[in-house]
Design a protein around this ligand. Structure first.
Ligand code: DGJ
Length: 729
């Protein structure tokens, strides 16, 4: 059991293989954080809470309770009773008061990990996980708050969530209900967030921590392109291999807040949860609210170990379904090939050529339904446009299947076009505020997915489409954020529930989809990578990473994404040049080797690309088949970062058993009269002998890891090279 309670010190010790997380009851009331870090053999660390220094524990000196609360390392901070750092919980009572104070009531420790009703969450069996539930009460409000912690035996991760139940007769409104709080000693830290925009998602942003609040957030109703629900705080000299890192990642896809605060006594507080802006939630008697899960990872071996911990956790304890551990079919998507200008003949011509080259699945993107010839109409009218696809979907899908290929389809289920039969029939199904002209984005509105009748209608349409032919893949897109938050389903005081209820609705629809169609490969997407998050990974094993398919832009996008998410989840395609987003022309070879870091596919008109590029596809297909098992399941090491050095990019995937390693090297701009670079591999067996498959040169593992090898010579800009090392002795 990874969780122990020591009655003598009233200490809870949560252990993973290499980490300990220790909290303690103080004065029978307060729950304080004592330690998170490298695994300890003992639990006597409560001196770290500095309880012998003033301001003293209130029972010893109640005149300074306020000062005590403002310094105590609370496990879960509450608003309005003396702690002026960021609070996790804020309420509003019928009397209009916002204060809340929690005292320990009881606890329970058990094997396994509970599911979070209606929410995505990591999972594990009774032998893989154990859970601590700390029940706290605010006796004045009659509010019960259960802090839920789970630890994994095989991964150095601790998960947190919170269950809040109103036991009073009066309504209590939650104004803020964050999921996790972590106290850190000192302020000599730096922190990493993932920043971006459409077509340049999740670029790594590293800054020093100073006093005050540093936060990233979303109010867009999705995790978003701009900020990301991930935060890593680390000692200031932390590298890929050395230094301490404390990371939080939110298993949620909607509005979020991730914040670290440098506090007055030179401590730091990290918090994460649903963004309190745009949020309120009324709890009537005996109702419960569940805060989504936060995953916490500690690494004492730099960012690299943090990354590999997230990858292992998500590959084994978050991603589900038939494709979780499997090679995904190589797909060709017609979006950049045709945009809206396609018909059955065109798609079949792409499929025929693609099939000859070894591509395994055709995905029909946006524009197959209603009368959608551009992005102005028809969202919500999920009937096939028979002018484009005569004979309907079945004719097309049968044609594709007859070639021996699979077929996939695009939907944007959460949206409605003002120009659609659905909107004409149900204008009130769009999220909007009465008397205010709702904001259009891409000329579309967002459906009120929080309403069951709306969900049921849309889900039934999707189900009907998927049932009419042999469709084996769905790309679930979402192309605009939420605005004009108003739902006719709720009374005025409950309008603040809409964004979270919307997310619960999306999760419910996706759960239904993967339950009804267990063989379906689902790929989430949001205008590229606007909803690439751990919440979505619970439903789809892969997510479209970005609309930017340029190989060089992708280096930073994929590096930032892979800092948290496993390579097997990153949708990455080879596209045509000049690139549609940045106009850059890169070698076809480089495009293939960069896309190899993800799920791999094509996004081009294979009937029209240059013959020399087309000729290269069979070897790229072979490359994918050769390396994908390793890329999907291996350990990821960032050897050099183009976003840091602005010259070249290099990462390695090493097999967990040390039997092979693949290094991908991209020289962005060729420098004149310049020597090759030295790279040092990781994750190998230092006593084994490895062969570079191409050059046949042999090296011991220790030479590869400690002395290093030269990168291959390259020629021209944007060139790439793979190096495959295989254990031979
Ligand atoms: C945004 C996606 O990221 C693209 O791949 C494409 O599916 C378009 N939407 C279609 O509207």
């Amino acid at each position: 059991m990874g969780i122990q309670y020591f009655e003598d010190g009233k200490v809870f010790k949560l252990d993973t293989k290499n980490t300990s997380y220790i909290l303690a009851l103080v004065d029978g009331e307060f729950i304080g954080h004592a330690y998170y870090g490298k695994k300890l053999s003992d639990y006597h660390v409560c001196h770290l809470m500095r309880l012998e220094e003033g301001p003293f524990i209130p029972s010893k000196n109640n005149r300074d309770r306020g000062a005590f609360c403002d310094a105590f390392p609370f496990e879960y901070s509450t608003h309005g009773v003396g702690d002026y750092r960021e609070s996790c919980l804020k309420v509003q009572t019928e009397g209009g008061h916002e204060a809340c104070s929690l005292a320990y009531h009881s606890h329970k420790i058990y094997s396994g990990k509970p599911a979070l009703l209606g929410l995505p969450a990591t999972f594990g069996s009774e032998s893989e996980c154990s859970t601590l539930e700390l029940v706290c009460l605010d006796p004045v409000l009659n509010l019960e708050v259960v802090l839920v912690y789970s630890v994994f035996e095989d991964v150095d991760a601790v998960t947190r969530s919170v269950r809040i139940t109103n036991h009073s007769k009066e309504d209590i409104v939650l104004k803020k209900a964050l999921s996790a709080c972590l106290q850190l000693d000192g302020t000599d830290y730096e922190y990493i967030t993932l920043h971006g925009s459409w077509a340049r998602e999740r670029h790594i942003d590293r800054r020093p921590l100073t006093h005050g609040k540093h936060s990233v957030s979303s109010l867009r109703g999705e995790s978003g392109h701009q900020d990301h629900p991930f935060l890593a705080v680390m000692s200031s000299k932390t590298t890929q291999e050395t230094g301490e890192v404390y990371a939080m990642n939110f298993v949620y896809s909607g509005n979020f807040l991730a914040q670290v605060e440098g506090c007055q006594f030179d401590t730091a507080r990290m918090v994460m949860g649903i963004n309190p802006e745009n949020f309120s939630w009324t709890l009537t008697k005996d109702e419960t609210f569940i805060c989504p899960e936060v995953v916490m990872v500690y690494s004492d071996e730099g960012l690299g170990k943090m990354t590999r911990t997230f990858h292992d956790l998500y590959r084994n304890h978050l991603i589900r379904g038939k494709y979780r551990d499997k090679k995904r079919p190589i797909l060709i998507n017609n979006w950049e090939a045709t945009y809206f200008n396609f018909n059955t003949d065109k798609l079949l011509s792409i499929a025929k050529e693609a099939n000859k080259l070894g591509i395994e699945m055709l995905v029909m993107d946006d524009g197959w339904f209603g009368h959608r010839e551009d992005d102005n109409t028809s969202l919500g009218d999920w009937q096939v446009n028979e002018e484009k696809l005569p004979g309907g979907l079945k004719t097309l899908v049968d044609g594709v299947n007859a070639l021996g290929m699979k077929f996939g389809i695009w939907f944007e289920p959460e949206m409605i076009s003002p120009d659609s039969d659905l909107y004409r029939a149900h204008p009130d199904w769009a999220i909007k505020i009465a008397d205010r002209t709702p904001c259009r984005c891409r000329n579309q509105f967002v459906l009120d997915i929080s309403r069951k009748e709306v969900r049921d209608y849309i889900y039934d349409r999707i189900k009907a489409v998927l049932s009419c032919a042999n469709i084996e893949y769905v790309k679930w897109d979402m192309n605009r954020p939420l605005t004009d938050l108003g739902s006719i389903s709720y009374p005025p005081q409950r309008q603040g529930e809409l964004s979270h209820r919307y997310m619960l609705g999306v999760y419910e629809m996706q759960e239904r989809l993967i339950t009804d169609f267990p063989h379906l490969l689902l790929e989430n997407c949001s205008g590229g990578g606007g909803r690439f998050d751990a919440g979505m990974l619970y439903y789809s094993p892969q997510i479209w990473c970005s609309d930017d398919t340029d190989a060089i832009e992708r280096l930073s996008i994929q590096e930032g994404t892979a800092i948290v998410y496993p390579l097997c989840s990153m949708g990455a395609h080879v596209s045509d040049c000049p690139n549609h987003t940045v106009g850059r022309t890169t070698p076809f070879k480089t495009r293939g080797e960069v896309a190899l870091a993800g799920t791999f596919g094509y996004e081009l008109d294979v009937t029209r690309i240059p013959q020399k590029d087309r000729d290269m596809i069979p070897s790229q297909v072979a490359m994918y088949h050769k390396y994908n098992d390793l890329v999907r399941s291996g350990d990821y090491y960032r050897l050099a970062s183009y976003s840091e050095n602005h010259e070249y990019d290099c990462y390695e995937v090493a097999a967990k058993d040390g039997s092979e390693a693949l290094v991908t090297y991209v020289e962005v701009l060729r420098r004149a009269n310049f020597k090759t670079r030295r790279i040092r591999l990781k994750g190998l067996d230092q006593n084994a002998v490895y062969e570079n498959e191409e050059t046949k040169a042999r090296y011991t593992g220790d030479i590869l890891m400690y002395a290093g090898v030269q990168t291959p010579e390259t020629w021209g800009d944007f060139s790439s090279k793979l190096m495959h090392f295989v254990r031979v002795e």
